[in-house]
Design a protein around this ligand. Sequence first.
Ligand SMILES: C[S@@+](CC[C@H](N)C(=O)[O-])C[C@H]1O[C@@H](n2cnc3c(N)ncnc32)[C@H](O)[C@@H]1O
Length: 211
Amino acid sequence: MQIDWLRRWREGRIGFHRDAPHAALVDHWPRLGLAAGAKVLVPLCGKSHDMRWLAAQAYPVLGVELSPLAVDQFIGEGALPALRYAQAGFSCVRQGRIELWCGDFFRFHVEQAAELAAFYDRAALIALPRASRQRYAHHLAQLFLPGTQGLLVTLTHANGERGPPYSVDAEEVERLLGPNFALQRLAGPGEPDAKGACETVWHLMRRGPCG
Ligand SMILES: C[S@@+](CC[C@H](N)C(=O)[O-])C[C@H]1O[C@@H](n2cnc3c(N)ncnc32)[C@H](O)[C@@H]1O
């Protein structure tokens, strides 16, 4: 699966990439009410413009991405100088308020997550096949302290397990994430896009020991 993603980036098959910040982020992020300076984790970040949007709102970003090509393209598209370093087995690069960690998200652990205040998942959960989604939901939960908030954008389509993107409906979101996060559906499912996929936007808050 990881080899498939690396190949996709090499071949430029990145139809998921958008040239502008996602409307769901722009519309719904302000309701999290985070203080300026709150650091945001963006798992499976690609070279998303959403990270630049978050940074421009004064939120430092830590993106985790498997493909070195994606990381290099993101940095190449930015105007600021970049500083490269290695940390915890990841090849990292910092540009302004954005740090990109190149490597496997499942190797990103709680010691590295200590300073994270929020997270943003667009096309991360839905990029993974069923068994990996279970693992992802568990991994995400154990990174955060109770009260940590996030925004999640999922989609559904008629082809079920044909993906990526995989169709992840509300029932699966509740099943995977509901045990560890309080979930609120903010929008959707919306109208189908040109490929017949409908997006749903969720607010998540990490639960404490008493729920
Ligand atoms: C569907 S894309 C979404 C990218 C980005 N979130 C966006 O909205 O454009 C999924 C990304 O996850 C990356 N990826 C897949 N598995 C990964 C893993 N285990 N660790 C880190 N990144 C991974 C892929 O290389 C790809 O860039």
